[in-house]
Design a protein around this ligand. Structure first.
Ligand SMILES: Cc1cc2nc3c(=O)[nH]c(=O)nc-3n(C[C@H](O)[C@H](O)[C@H](O)COP(=O)(O)OP(=O)(O)OC[C@H]3O[C@@H](n4cnc5c(N)ncnc54)[C@H](O)[C@@H]3O)c2cc1C
Length: 404
């Protein structure tokens, strides 16, 4: 963009040319959220041998920042779409025909609104505050935008046939058009998880008025992968860390703690069936075993992802868990698993001692363990504070803010 801009011909490009840049960026954004791609990347980086230099493994564990590629590419695509606006505005009736031109202009304006709506509603502050809106806008505006891109591509292809002799078929032109293939990839990426939409059986294990454990037997979980569940597929989806069942049983369970309307509904009216789609998607903790010794810091239901990591694995780790009345809230099974995977786990019962500063205990455990890294699953406030404090002390810290 900078090169074209300095040559001053950025704004002289045809819609056909600019649409390639738009589609390439949006394709990168969508593909980065595709479960197959995410699973492949986490699998690949999770293969990093422990014998590799620590500096290298620290970099490999940063793979969970791939969400940044998604948002970066989406914003770049939106900026390119701004330039596409110029190319559409400069079209003349004789270029594409009056009817096509009007449709292209109107759909471009609608696309402006859709892309801006998606970008604005994805701002972390808005996303956290209006999560259901964020999800709906992302889903429906995204789908509508792709449908309108298809219209643009077809119309521009039809228009580009004008004056060609002999006139090629639309198909012949489309197969040679990069935007066409890019939008095919986008469409397939978006459709794939929905092709695996199904209802699955749930066995609910009520734990307390704050938490419930849901057991599933429709699939086994890869290490630290998250299934998504919904009771209203078009409205909202929720991801949880899949904890493998032990004792040779098939399936996995998820811990769900009261964090909003949907989780409250699950706790108060335990489901017998839920919708799921796509496949279980690996997350940040999948790469944790590339470190020889770990400290795992969590609050409340953050113990779920930590058990997903440790339950079926023989890891050299120390768990630091700050939570109210652990056994009363999360039940005996969770406590038994926790003590089995880390007999020396440090549990801060906030009902008894209040919310303690977790920075010092986390750093102390890191030093005592001579650990190579700290992973954190907590609420955004604690996560940010710990990441800041620990990284300032040179501790490799890995801590996602969002659970999906
Ligand atoms: C990658 C990822 C995966 C996740 N997976 C799941 C999942 O599988 N299931 C699920 O239910 N949630 C999951 N979450 C959400 C996550 O568990 C919660 O955001 C986090 O644990 C906060 O816990 P909470 O919601 O119970 O509430 P919080 O308000 O954070 O409080 C929970 C308890 O933590 C302690 N606590 C909170 N703040 C402090 C503090 N400042 N100092 C000391 N102690 C404190 C207190 O005991 C408090 O009662 C996930 C989040 C991420 C980022």
């Amino acid at each position: 963009m900078i090169v074209l801009g300095t040559k001053k011909d950025l704004l002289d490009r045809t819609p056909q040319v600019i649409s390639t840049a738009v589609a390439a960026n949006l394709c990168a954004a969508v593909v980065m959220r595709q479960e197959l791609v995410i699973n492949f990347l986490f699998f690949l980086f999770g293969q990093c041998p422990q014998s590799f230099p620590l500096r290298f493994r620290r970099l490999a564990a940063k793979i969970y920042h791939l969400g940044g590629v998604h948002s970066g590419a989406a914003i770049a695509g939106t900026v390119w779409f701004g330039i596409y606006n110029v190319s559409i505005a400069r079209l003349r009736d004789q270029d594409v025909g009056q009817d096509f031109r009007i449709v292209l202009v109107v759909f471009t304006i609608v696309l402006d609104a859709l892309l801006l709506g998606i970008c604005i509603s994805s701002h972390p502050a808005l996303r956290a505050k209006y999560h259901n809106w964020f999800e709906c806008i992302h889903r429906f505006a995204g789908w509508l935008a792709i449908a309108l891109f298809w219209v643009h591509i077809i119309l521009l292809t039809l228009a580009s046939r004008r004056g060609m002799s002999p006139m090629p078929s639309v198909g012949q032109l489309l197969v040679k058009s990069p935007p066409f293939w890019l939008v095919v990839v986008i469409t397939v990426s978006l459709a794939l998880p929905w092709l695996r939409l199904r209802k699955v059986r749930v066995e609910a294990e009520p734990l307390s008025s704050h938490a419930i454990r849901l057991h599933f037997d429709y699939a086994n979980t890869p290490l630290c992968a998250a299934p998504r569940f919904s009771d209203n597929p078009l409205k909202e989806w929720h991801a949880f860390a899949g904890i493998p069942e032990t004792n040779g049983k098939k399936g996995f369970s998820v811990l769900v703690s009261r964090a909003g309307d949907w989780t409250s509904k699950m706790i108060e009216n335990p489901p017998t069936r839920l919708w799921t789609k796509g496949m279980l998607t690996r997350g940040v903790l999948h790469v944790a075993p590339i470190f020889k010794r770990l400290v795992l810091v969590c609050t409340g239901s953050g113990i779920g992802p930590m058990l997903a990591l440790t339950a079926g694995n023989n890891l050299n780790c120390r768990i630091l868990w700050s939570t109210p009345s652990p056994e009363k809230t999360f039940g005996k099974n969770v406590m038994d698993t926790l003590h089995r995977v880390d007999p020396g786990a440090v549990i801060i019962n906030t009902t008894l001692v209040g919310r303690q500063d977790l920075l010092e205990p986390a750093y102390t455990q890191f030093k005592q363990m001579d650990a190579e890294a700290i992973f954190i699953i907590s609420n955004p406030k604690v996560t940010r504070k710990l990441v800041y404090g620990l990284e300032a002390r040179g501790v490799p810290t890995f801590a996602p803010i969002f659970d999906s």
